[in-house]
Design a protein around this ligand. Structure first.
Ligand SMILES: Cc1cc2nc3c(=O)[nH]c(=O)nc-3n(C[C@H](O)[C@H](O)[C@H](O)COP(=O)(O)O)c2cc1C
Length: 260
C-alpha cells in the first residue's frame, strides 16, 4: 500500500512506479478513521523546506499503520537538507519506526527560485534512482538516508530565515490575473479545496494553504502568479509522465461541501 501527496506529479510518478494503485492522501485525509494494514506501507511526497508537507505530517500523525515495513520517499529538486533524518525524527516522535527513508532528486517546482523551462530540461536520472530504491524496498533494506553536517546547517539556516520572516508570509501568495477565464481547474487541483469560481473568476481561501503551488502550475492560462518575484512567470511545470486529469483525480476535494 502506497500513499502519496503530489502538486505537480513528481511524487505521483514515483508512487506509480511502486504500485498500480497508489492512494492519494488528500482523498483519504477527510476520513474519520485512518487505520491501514498491509505487509508494506509507503508514503511518497515532496519536501517543502526540507520537510514533509503539512498535510502529510497531519496524515502520519492521525493514521495508524499496521505493517512490518514502513517507508517514506521524499522527492526534492535541489537540496534536501537532511529531509530523511528530519522525517525520521518526526515519525519517531509520534511512535512510528520507519524501516527505510530515502530521497529522490527530481525537477524543482519552487517558482521563486527556479525556471521551470530549465528544470524540465534537466536529466536528473530519476528512473535510475527509482530502480535502486525499488531494489532496496524489495529486499526490505533498513536505512534512513544519513544527513551530512552541511545538510543540517542548510536546514538550520532555512529555519533562521523562516523565523525572521512574518508567520503569514505564505498567506495571499497567489494573485489571480485578468487572464483568468474561470475554468475552475485550480479548484480541482488544490489538495485543500481552497479555490472556487465567483463571477467567472477564480478566488481562494488562504487558511490551510499548503503552498504546494499545484494551482499555479496547473492553470492553463498562467493566470495564477505569485505575489513575490518568480524566476520565469511564463514557465509552469508538470511531470512529463503525469497528465492533468491524474492531478485532478488525486487532489480534487469533492467531499468539502462549500469548497473551503
Ligand atoms: C513550497 C515549496 C517548498 C519546497 N522546498 C524544497 C526544498 O526545501 N528543497 C528542495 O530540494 N526542493 C524543494 N521544493 C521542490 C519540491 O520538493 C520538488 O519539486 C518535488 O519533487 C515536487 O513534487 P510534486 O511534483 O509531487 O509536487 C519545494 C517546492 C515547494 C512548492
Amino acid at each position: 500500500m502506497i500513499f502519496f501527496f503530489s502538486a505537480t506529479g513528481n511524487s505521483l510518478y514515483v508512487a506509480k512506479q511502486l504500485s498500480d494503485k497508489p492512494v492519494s492522501i488528500p482523498q483519504v485525509i477527510g476520513q474519520n478513521e485512518l487505520v491501514f494494514e498491509d505487509e508494506t506501507i509507503g508514503i511518497v511526497c515532496p519536501v517543502f523546506g526540507h520537510e514533509m508537507p503539512p498535510m502529510v505530517k497531519e496524515f502520519v500523525e492521525r493514521a495508524k499503520f499496521k505493517t512490518d515495513y514502513f517507508y517514506v520517499l521524499l522527492t526534492y529538486g535541489n537540496r534536501h537538507g537532511g529531509a530523511a533524518e528530519l522525517a525520521d525524527g518526526l515519525l519517531k516522535k509520534i511512535g512510528i519506526q520507519a524501516a527505510y527513508i530515502n530521497t529522490v532528486l527530481m525537477a524543482d517546482n519552487f517558482l521563486p527560485a527556479f525556471d521551470m523551462e530549465e528544470q524540465a530540461g534537466l536529466d536528473k536520472n530519476v528512473d535510475g534512482q527509482i530502480e535502486a530504491i525499488k531494489k532496496d524496498i524489495a529486499q526490505r533494506k533498513v536505512m534512513i538516508q544519513p544527513a551530512t553536517e552541511a545538510d543540517r546547517a542548510a536546514h538550520q539556516e532555512f529555519l533562521a530565515r523562516s523565523s525572521a520572516a512574518p508567520a503569514d508570509r505564505w498567506k495571499g501568495i497567489y494573485r489571480i490575473t485578468e487572464d483568468c477565464v474561470g475554468c475552475g481547474i485550480c479548484s480541482k487541483v488544490c489538495p485543500m479545496g481552497l479555490y472556487y469560481v465567483e463571477h467567472g473568476k477564480a478566488a481562494y481561501h488562504t487558511d490551510g494553504c499548503q503552498s504546494c503551488m499545484a494551482c499555479v502550475h496547473s492553470c492553463p492560462k498562467k493566470a495564477i502568479q505569485l505575489t513575490i518575484p518568480e524566476r520565469n512567470p511564463q514557465a509552469r511545470y508538470r511531470n512529463k509522465n503525469i497528465a492533468l486529469p491524474e492531478i485532478v483525480e488525486a487532489n480534487e476535494r469533492k467531499n468539502i461541501p462549500d469548497n473551503g
